[in-house]
Write a protein that binds this ligand. Sequence first.
Ligand SMILES: [Zn+2]
Ligand SMILES: [Zn+2]
Ligand SMILES: [Zn+2]
Length: 144
Amino acid sequence: MELELIKSKLHESNFRLTQEREVVLTTFMNSGQMLTPAQLHDCVKKEYNSVGLTTVYRLIEVLTKLGLATPFLIDGEIYYTFCSDHHHHHFVCLDCHKVKDIYECLEMTHKYDDVGTVNYHRMDLYGHCKNCERKNINVKSLEP
Ligand SMILES: [Zn+2]
Ligand SMILES: [Zn+2]
Ligand SMILES: [Zn+2]
C-alpha cells in the first residue's frame, strides 16, 4: 500500500503524521513481521533515538482503528502487523514471527445464514514457515 494513501487516511482521521510518527510508520510497514509495540519501539530507536513508546502506541492504535494494523494475541502478548486495506488473511510463523498475507478467501460464511447475518470474517493461520521448519529439522538431526 502506498505511503501517500496511508497519509491521507491518517489525515482524514485528524492524525498529523509528524516526522517521528512517519519513521515509526515506515519501520512498521517494512518489517514484514508481527511486533509488540515495545519491539517496534526498539527497531525505531536504532534510527531515531528520540521516539517515545507512547508515540508508537498512539500510531498503532490509530492504524488498528483504520484497519491498517491487525492485532494477534499469542501467549498473552499482543503483536501487531501492518495491513493493506484489501481483505486478506494471514499466515503467522510462531518461530520467526513473519507474517504472510493470504489473499485467497475461504468463503464459508454462507453456511451460517441461519445463525444470523455475517458482516465480515477474520481467519488467520498460525504455524511454522518453511524456512523455520527447515531450521528445526536441521537442529533436530544434530541432536544425539
Ligand atoms: Zn494483514
Ligand atoms: Zn518462520
Ligand atoms: Zn476472507
